[in-house]
Design a binder for this molecule. Structure first.
Ligand SMILES: NC(=O)c1ccc[n+]([C@@H]2O[C@H](COP(=O)([O-])OP(=O)(O)OC[C@H]3O[C@@H](n4cnc5c(N)ncnc54)[C@H](O)[C@@H]3O)[C@@H](O)[C@H]2O)c1
Length: 437
């Protein structure tokens, strides 16, 4: 059997999931042929791990400046993009121009101009672009899609969606590149693209007009000083006792992964993984509300906060035949673990999830959902769909296309524009052309 050839560009922590899938359960039909990154130290970490865990020889490691050389010499069929968000478009477009299909992590990209570049590259090349919205594969979220698509609430008219990141998971976006809006698009793109995609998919429509407000109210130096707090360190590692007792501290010495991927690579890459969350130069929000109108006429009311004592979500979708409610909460800690492994505190087991259907004029019904306590619980299902030669049928269309990727980024990008300008933003005006479905 000829194996499909994969290259991975962006070899930080997320790349690990794809490497493990390609070299583990899918190694019979998939071949990892190359890595590419701006940091050779990070690529070496993954190559050492490949040999230690899978007994495999190192794969060729290409600097980002020689991506074209990688394509020419290693001839991948598919390029997997797991770089910092702001650079996804470069590799998506270049890989498709060279005749490869692409799998990209969410968000597909960070702003409307880059969305336009990607869409025109797909049209020009005819290559396939898949955006890995793994949340779609989580049992509870798939169940919501089944219920709405099956007519349980009739036509959906209002989605009320509130996502709370706790002080462990939420803080992690304020330690590194995510905290710079040009790198991540802010949480309205980087994080909310997951949630906007779920809404788009649940109600089967796309956003049209968006209004947003947001602030940096908790993280950052100014907010800390406002509360009378002062910090004498711009990063956490190597500060000695000064950071002891600081619940936001992250010590890169403490795990082989953090050391190998980040601390050891600092000198070469300048990438600091553990910046003080109450430091300077944070250009993203930690508190956000968004209102949107969909093409179907449905309305969305969304909020995101990044410093809650518990992590989870509340979603209510009301239609003309009833209402569905989903509630998930994890004690004082996370339903989604950060790459640093934080969040597994003493309260980690205090997990609570409920889906309730309120049909109009009838008694409410509690909906059973199979176990799996994290939005990431569906990752292996997604990897099977991505990599298996004959994946099981997926009647819920969980595989997301470039258009789905665009729709969720554009909602976030429009929200960013609205925040900056203080006015509602029409998505078609943002892109200069309607994104067709
Ligand atoms: N679906 C999910 O739930 C999920 C979870 C985690 C991360 N992600 C996504 O995965 C991607 C990577 O996140 P991460 O946590 O691994 O971040 P990371 O910082 O650990 O890794 C990013 C990598 O990109 C590399 N890079 C930066 N600029 C580059 C360039 N110009 N060319 C090539 N490589 C470059 C960095 O050197 C680094 O190795 C992001 O897009 C993120 O949104 C998705």
């Amino acid at each position: 059997m000829t194996k499909t050839r994969y290259a991975i560009v962006g070899t930080g922590s997320r790349a690990t999931m794809y490497i493990d899938a390609l070299c583990g359960p899918h190694s019979g039909h998939c071949d990892l042929v190359a890595l590419c990154d701006t940091s050779s130290v990070r690529m070496s970490y993954h190559n050492r791990r490949l040999s230690g865990r899978y007994g495999r020889p190192a794969v060729p490691a290409y600097p980002a400046s020689d991506f074209a050389g990688l394509i020419g010499r290693e001839r991948p069929d598919v390029v997997i993009v797991t770089t910092v968000d702001a650079y996804h478009h470069r590799y998506i477009v270049a890989a498709m121009e060279h005749g490869c299909d692409v799998i990209t992590e969410k968000p597909m990209t960070t702003d409307e101009a880059k969305v336009a570049q990607i869409l025109s590259a797909v049209e020009r090349t005819g290559r396939r672009l898949t955006v890995t919205f793994n949340y779609r594969y989580s049992a509870a979220y798939t169940r919501l899609r089944q219920l709405v698509a099956g007519g349980a609430i009739g036509t959906p008219h209002l989605v009320d969606f509130s996502w709370t990141l706790d002080t462990s998971h939420g803080a992690d976006y304020f330690r590194r590149w995510h905290r710079e809006k040009p790198m991540s698009g802010g949480l309205l793109v980087h994080k909310a693209s997951h949630h906007f995609d779920l809404v788009n998919w649940w109600i089967g429509s796309w956003p049209e007009t968006v209004y947003a407000m947001g602030s940096l109210s908790f993280y950052g130096r100014e907010a800390a000083v406002g509360r009378g707090e002062a910090y004498g360190y711009s990063r956490y590692t190597g500060q000695g006792p000064m950071t002891h007792g600081d619940p936001f501290s992250l010590d890169l010495e403490r795990s082989p992964m953090l050391r190998g991927l980040y601390l050891d690579a600092e000198e070469q890459s300048g990438y600091l993984r553990d910046r003080n969350v109450f430091g300077e130069e944070i250009s993203i929000e930690d508190t956000m509300v968004v209102s949107a109108r969909y093409r179907s006429g449905a309305l969305l009311s969304y909020s995101l906060v990044a410093y809650s004592p518990w992590e989870g979500l509340r979603v209510a979708i009301t239609g003309d035949k009833g209402r569905l409610e989903l509630y998930e909460r994890h004690g004082a800690h996370v339903i989604e673990q950060t790459p640093t492994g934080e969040g597994t505190g003493a309260d980690g087991a205090a997990y609570d999830r409920r889906i309730r259907l309120f049909p109009m004029f009838r008694s409410p019904v509690d909906i059973d959902v199979e176990a799996g306590t994290s939005p990431h619980a569906g990752d292996s299902l997604m990897l099977e769909q991505l990599f298996a030669p004959s994946p099981p049928p997926d009647p819920w269309n969980r595989a997301a296309s470039h258009l789905d990727g665009a729709a969720s980024v554009l909602l976030g990008a429009a929200a960013n524009q609205s925040l900056a300008r203080g006015v509602p933003v029409a998505i078609d005006q943002l892109t200069g052309r309607p994104v067709a479905r």
